[in-house]
Design a protein around this ligand. Structure first.
Ligand SMILES: [Zn+2]
Length: 313
């Protein structure tokens, strides 16, 4: 799945969404931050699907509670609370997502930020976008659980979670969350589908790779991919939002880098250290990019000649 932008004008609602993110981050920061100071990604933390590890299941109400309680909590590795956080959640919401067999499920999508200038910031970015840090898991506390068969609380009935009762599986319904402790990158998550989302945190399927695509209006390939439903988060690209992405894209496709240059946009600046941009090859772009320090430019001879631009680390 591809995260896609098209070049165009800023709309008020998009601008306001970016400003709202910044305000949410600054509610947690000790010193005021600009969007250029942080990297932002999101993860799907947990869903209303039954968890077969312990036969528990969150209700929609519990997911809403989690989306409120997770704000301000830490992102850590492997639920190891002895280590310092890697990042911090600043907003979350309950979203609908399609599962592998096309079934719909509710998920808590939680956005987190970390600081660009800290040591290890680029490593974290590359490991997330490169698919190494992928599965995630949430730590939480609940007050009571309910039996899915008879509705009684805390196991006073004879039903046990996991038991088959006639045609139904007995589940431990979690309806009241007391606390969210943290969200972790883990070796293997218990909730299938709990993964990091694409660049700048957009719903997509589980096999997504975060690719930032920037297309001109009317590009036939773009229209085709849209019709086939292969793009996620298609929206108008706005200068302010692209600026926010500066130095954070690990994979980019740009259909017409030359045209972007002509209108004053230096899209290669969006690349993170080690990031790769693929674009159509033209003589003017090749010579222009070849002169830049810190960028490695290589042509690919094919039916449609491509230019591959890598930002050096
Ligand atoms: Zn029961």
């Amino acid at each position: 799945m591809y995260h896609s932008y098209r070049a165009a004008e800023l709309t008020d609602s998009q601008f306001n969404a970016v400003q709202a993110d910044l305000a949410a981050i600054n509610a947690l920061a000790q010193t005021p931050l600009q969007l250029e100071d942080v990297y932002i990604r999101s993860m799907y933390l947990c869903s209303d699907q039954p968890c077969e590890t312990d036969w528990s299941q969150f209700t929609a109400r519990a997911l809403e509670q989690i989306s409120r309680l997770v704000v301000g909590q830490s992102v850590i590795g492997g639920h190891d609370r002895r280590t310092l956080p890697l990042a911090r959640f600043f907003k979350a919401s309950v979203v609908e997502r399609l599962g592998p067999s096309g079934e719909r499920a509710l998920w808590v999508q939680a956005w987190f930020y970390w600081l660009r200038k800290t040591s290890g910031a680029t490593d974290l970015l590359l490991n997330i976008d490169g698919g190494i840090y992928r599965e995630v898991s949430i730590a939480w506390r609940y007050r009571h659980w309910r039996c899915s068969i008879c509705g009684k609380e805390d196991g006073v009935c004879g039903h046990r979670p996991g038991d088959q009762v006639e045609n139904a599986r007995c589940l431990r319904l979690i309806d009241s969350i007391v606390d969210v402790l943290e969200g972790s990158f883990v070796y293997k998550g218990a909730d299938e589908g709990a993964v990091v989302a694409g660049a700048r945190s957009i719903p997509a399927d589980m096999n997504e790779e975060a690719v930032l695509c920037i297309w001109q209006h009317g590009n036939p390939l773009f229209d085709l991919l849209c019709r086939e439903g292969l793009l996620s988060d298609v929206r108008e690209a706005i200068p302010e939002e692209l600026q926010v992405l500066e130095g954070s894209a690990t994979h980019m496709w740009v259909d017409d880098l030359g045209r972007a240059f002509c209108s004053g946009r230096e899209l290669h600046r969006l690349l993170a250290p080690g990031g790769v941009l693929v674009t159509c090859q033209t003589d003017s772009i090749t010579s222009r990019m070849s002169g830049l320090p810190n960028f490695l430019v290589a042509g690919e001879e094919a039916e449609f000649p491509a230019l591959i631009i890598r930002r050096l680390e």
